[in-house]
Structure formats: C-alpha cells, structure tokens
Design a protein around this ligand. Structure first.
Ligand code: DX5
Ligand code: ZN
Length: 231
C-alpha cells in the first residue's frame, strides 16, 4: 500500500501568525511542512529564508520540506540544514553543477531532491538517481500560490513513476514522488492515480478556514485523505 503524505505549503498561511499556523496545521493532521523559498531572481517573488526556518523548527517534529526557488543554490544549502530543514529540493536550471548540489545537501545531513518545472525534462534525473531521495514535479509555474493545476502534469507523473519504480526494483531504494501546485480535494485522487505519493497543498489548506479554531484545517486535510483512500 502506498504511504501518502500531505505537505501544506506555508506560502498561503497568515504570515503575521506563522508559528501558530504551523502548530495548527500539524495538529490538523499534516505530515510535512512545505517551505517555499523565493529570491525575486529565479522566480518573480520574494519569500522566506533560513531565519524563518529556524524560528518554526522548535514548533514541530514534522519534516520541514524546503523547496528552493533560488539561483544559485549551493551557498544557501548549509544555512537551511543548520536552520533545521529535513528535505531540500532545488530546480536543475538553478544549479551549474546538479550532482554537486545534490551531494552538498546530503553532506549537510538532509534528504535531497530535484524539482521539475512543467516544461523541464525529466532527463535531468537520469545520471543522478542514486543521489535523489525525492523528485518534485511542479504542476504550476513556480512563484505563486493559488494557480490552476496544469493537466499535462498527469502524463509526466506517470513517466516519473515508471522511472522511479524501475529504479526501486533494481536497487531496492525508494524515491518520493511529490507534486506541487493547484492540488485540491477535487483533483488529488486523479493525481495519486498518476503516481504521486506526496502532495503539496497551499491555498487548498490555508484558504479553507477563516476562524481561529486550532483544528480548523482538520476538515480539508481529512477530505484530502478520504479522496486518496477512495481513489
Ligand atoms: C509555488 C509553490 C507552491 C505553492 C502551492 O511556486 O512552490 O508550493 O505554495 O500553492 P497552491 O497549492 O495554492 O497551488
Ligand atoms: Zn513549493
């Protein structure tokens, strides 16, 4: 049986109350905290860095999944590792030396992964499979929350799933297949059927409640899981 994970993206959280948002979304059943790092250079938006990662680290035991949308990537990797990141992923276009960046993440003590933009070829993983713990497919163009899921991602997920499964069969080593962008209650089952096992959801989770009940995200996370179970 596939182990599914829900990774709410705090990009859509209330930044004025970020610590409480992290605590509440974990209390509501989230598996990972997805942490979007943007530099106004690789993507046209600017968000949060290692200081914020360090600030939320004591609030949860859950893995912090750092998605780097920055260029270059190597300088900042050790800073995130020191700030308590568990997983660090980056876009192949943003590193001059992909193999070196992946190694650097692991040497820093974190799980390493590549992120593929909608139009980026999966061939970037061909010669670094042994250095990948996670593959993240973007189902929107990176930079903003609240965008619409790009349907072609389903074909790309099926291809990534077949590559990862063939690798697992050969080596016995598992690689996580995560999807990021436009994941909602009404499409998560279809996305899972295409092969994803880990689901980033920003606006779907943090947009789901307006009150301050600490379990206000229960309903949407439960609905996402119910879809996964049914589908
Ligand atoms: C987009 C980010 C996503 C974003 C997803 O560049 O990488 O993680 O927060 O947000 P939703 O789920 O609203 O598409
Ligand atoms: Zn992301």
């Amino acid at each position: 049986m596939t182990l599914y994970r829900i990774a709410p993206s705090i990009l859509s959280a209330d930044f004025a109350r970020l610590g409480q948002e992290v605590t509440d979304v974990i209390a509501s059943g989230a598996d990972w905290i997805h942490f979007d790092v943007m530099d106004n250079h690789y993507v046209p938006n600017l968000t949060i860095g290692p200081l914020v990662c360090e600030a939320i680290r004591p609030l949860t035991q859950a893995p912090i999944d750092v998605h780097l949308m920055v260029k270059p990537v190597d300088r900042i990797i050790p800073d995130f590792a020191k700030a308590g990141a568990n997983i660090i992923t980056f876009h192949p276009e943003a590193s001059e030396h992909i193999d070196r960046s992946l190694s650097l993440i692991r040497e820093s003590g974190c799980k390493a992964g590549l992120v593929f933009n909608p139009a980026t070829s999966l061939s970037f993983m061909d010669h670094v499979m042994d250095k990948l713990d996670i593959v993240l497919l973007m189902s929107v163009n990176p930079g903003f929350g609240g965008q619409k899921f790009i349907p072609e991602t389903l074909n790309k997920l099926r291809l990534a799933r077949s590559i990862i499964d063939a690798y697992e069969e050969k080596t016995g080593r598992k690689i996580v297949l995560e999807v990021d962008g436009g994941v909602k209650v009404d499409n998560i089952a279809e996305i899972a059927r295409a092969g994803a096992d880990t689901f980033v959801a920003g606006s779907a989770v943090f947009g789901a409640a307006s009150d301050r009940d600490p379990h206000r995200y229960d309903r949407v996370i439960t609905a996402l899981r119910a879809e996964l179970k049914a589908g």
